[in-house]
Design a protein around this ligand. Sequence first.
Ligand code: ADP
Ligand code: MG
Length: 222
Amino acid sequence: MLSLKRINKRYRIGASEQPVLNDVSFELAEGEFVSIMGPSGSGKSSLLAVLGLLHADWQGEYHFAGVALHAMKDAQRKEFARSRIGLVFQHYHLLDDLNVAENIDLPLDYLGVARNERRVRVEEALSRFGLLDKRAHYPRQLSGGQQQMVAVARAVATKPRLLLADEPTGALHSSQGEMIMDLLVDLNRAGTSIIQVTHNPDYAARAGRVLQMRDGHLRTSI
Ligand code: ADP
Ligand code: MG
């Protein structure tokens, strides 16, 4: 479904440049669930940011569903990503001033989904994730696990083909972490391809394949 070929990325710090991704090549089949592990600072978040098209400044080839994203303008490929790639972060990134239903609705609104259809999709997401009684709650009124549940619901309300999760359980207690992992496994069984970054070996093993990141290099786990 997607392939990266010799992706390179460096960060400029003052006059110097620090390489962060070194010739990263990677293929993901449709419906796959892959975990990426590796020490802090090894480039995992940078890789997900390239995959999620959050960054513009990288070199190499990135194909997604047959489309050559490296050949597109940045604004164009961000638009491409919006309906196809869902993102979940360690610290949820919900909007504090919006309630649960409004948070889930926001990306649908950005996508230009009609109001009636949005209402249906938000209801579906609330019900699917057991959040119907939390619809009017604000993020601060929810536990970390519940906030992450909303973040996952928001990420998948647009029905993306790929879900990128950067340490989604990193800020959660273990029971809440388990709940989020069960959710990811269910989503994957229902057809969403997933790439997750995690430090937890048990959670990494819930995926079909585990890759290791070291100093900007990506390798198959030994
Ligand atoms: P990981 O997610 O594996 O901890 P990151 O991708 O966040 O790794 O970071 C990889 C390296 O790039 C680190 O050395 C980090 O300090 C550096 N880095 C990350 N983001 C930036 C940035 N915006 N500017 C400069 N250096 C950065
Ligand atoms: Mg990181």
